[in-house]
Design a protein around this ligand. Structure first.
Ligand code: GRF
Length: 213
């Protein structure tokens, strides 16, 4: 069964584009049913439109309570029969009520090696801390901020002279590979959550090959 995803995005939408590009390159384990944004001008909506993917702006200002805004999102998700919600640069924290009511798994991509540097300005946080490596994380969404079980991570080096711009470009390249891969694995039913741990069936540890002892 093909996984039907609903994407929530607030901005540029380059991760959405990576998901679309994977489909164009033959990926057939998932399809993007709808793209929803809280920003009318989001490039993500334009990208979806170009691909004839249903794209919907839901104006948070039209609702007096966050729960109502979130309910409107869920109605669209349900209308499109989505069985997975993918956050791709969605700049709002979802309430526990949304997560509980969604009835489907929610995944997110974050530009750091969680649990380091959750929340906003992850690249700046990494630079300020002086870490030598950073990267990106795809994780399930739970009630905390960037705190759900980790599905996949990719690592990049941090150079002494990096700026937010150079580091985010390096990480973004990895994000664009990691997110489609994570969603493919979920869509293929290979991802199992065991408490905080995520087991991916068929995945041979990348540390196993070439290891001498
Ligand atoms: C990405 O860096 C992602 O990790 C974070 O928000 C950014 C979204 O970028 N959650 P884009 O809109 O997908 O280009």
């Amino acid at each position: 069964m093909v996984c039907r995803i609903g994407v929530l995005a607030s901005g540029r939408g380059s991760n959405l584009q990576a998901l679309i590009d994977a489909l164009k390159n033959g990926e057939d384990s998932y399809q993007i049913e709808v793209v929803i944004s809280d920003k009318e001008e989001a490039q993500a909506l334009i990208r979806a439109k170009k691909e004839q993917i249903p794209n919907i702006f839901i104006n948070p200002r039209e609702f007096s309570h966050k729960e109502e805004f979130e309910q409107a999102i869920l109605e669209v998700i349900r209308k499109h029969n989505c069985n997975l919600i993918c956050l791709a640069g969605f700049m709002r924290i979802l309430t526990p009520s949304f997560i509980n009511k969604a009835g489907v798994k929610i995944v997110n991509i974050h530009p750091s090696l969680l649990p380091a540097f959750p929340g906003l300005n992850a690249h700046q946080q990494a630079l300020d801390y002086g870490v030598k490596y950073s990267g990106c994380t795809v994780h399930f969404v739970d009630e905390g901020v960037d705190s759900g079980p980790i599905i996949l991570q990719a690592v990049v080096p941090v150079e002494v002279d990096d700026t937010v711009e150079t580091l985010s470009q390096r990480i973004l390249k990895e994000e664009h590979k990691l997110y489609p891969l994570a969603i493919k694995l979920i869509a293929e039913g290979k991802v199992k959550v065991e408490g905080r741990k995520v087991r991916i069936s068929g995945q041979v540890s990348k540390w196993a090959s070439g290891r001498v002892n």
